[in-house]
Design a protein around this ligand. Sequence first.
Ligand code: G3P
Ligand code: MG
Length: 376
Amino acid sequence: SRPLQTTSAPSTRIPDFGFAFDIDGVLLRSSDPLPTAHRALSYLQSHSIPFILLTNGGGKHESDRVRDLSQKLDIPLTTSMFIQSHTPFADMHAYKSKTILVLGGDEDKCRLVAEDYGFGTVVTPGDILVAYPDIWPFSHHLLDGYYRRFARPLPAPIDPHNPSKSLKIDAIFVFNDPRDWGLDTQIVKDVLLSHAGILGTLSPRNGDPNLPNKGYQRDSQPPLFFSNPDLLWAAKYHLPRLGQGGFRAALEGVWAAVTGGERNGVELKKTVLGKPHRPTYEFAEKILIAHRRELVQRAGANPDELGPLKRVYMVGDNPESDILGGNSFESGHGTDWVSVLVETGVYTKGTEPAHRPSKIVEDVGAAVEWAVAENE
Ligand code: G3P
Ligand code: MG
């Protein structure tokens, strides 16, 4: 196979193909760069071949994550070529003036991201536990050493006898993988079974598991948004780990049990964003097209004279998110998305992937070599 040699003089011709790279299992394993990641991205940059990073991960602001990635991969990256799981939440302006519950991530880093996005009143399960330790008796051991370090006072008390003054959650956003599934599940259940998101209340019709399914007032439930569907992901451990999709599966089990059990349980009403879902790929294509124009401008050429982006290689490690998404995305720009599966992450070499990619390769270096050779 051809070695990825970077030429000395960067090319100014911007090709009509580009890449979308998944991160975990393709470029990194947790914080460790994979062996061919630097060489692959460096080759693309020296040949002005456009690429973006498209991850179901998150937990930090885009600018912080890009700074980390640039340093780890030793590749200059910008936020204009980076999309993470909760990036689309920044555009959900309808909730910016509301009170939202934010789940996931280390300490309250995701609260800080939500506030950077413009959300005005952000509550975390840790805030609620510190204010009302009895709301979840099984995380008291984490209060002093963890939660109390970053919790903030609640914007309102939990006072079921005075609902109009009580803490009301208008929407729940899962920004990243919850660290305390027990506490987060309990708080989400309390919000979803409350009357209109007023914590401490129990909506009479939602609260009675003996009611028939139709007894659940959909209108009073605050919306629940997940940013990442991944049941499994490739961390540092040699076997895939449970991701945000694992938390959602556990929550769905609790929700079915508390709303009526096996026979009468109600399906959890939620919105799930992230790969493989169409809105994420639409957003990614828009970002890649804009980034390609930016490369042309930087090369001193006129982006309006640029031909269309004809092909995008979606390089990923998870058949359920990267390959399924790359295979099923129908571009509105006539761009052909080609999925490439690497053997350095969730997918196990030699097995039949749940969704067939256009190509299976050893690693991201081999993916770039194959794709570039296709376009010579
Ligand atoms: O939490 C991150 C995990 O779900 C996978 O991320 O980069 O493989 O899409 P990524
Ligand atoms: Mg991955």
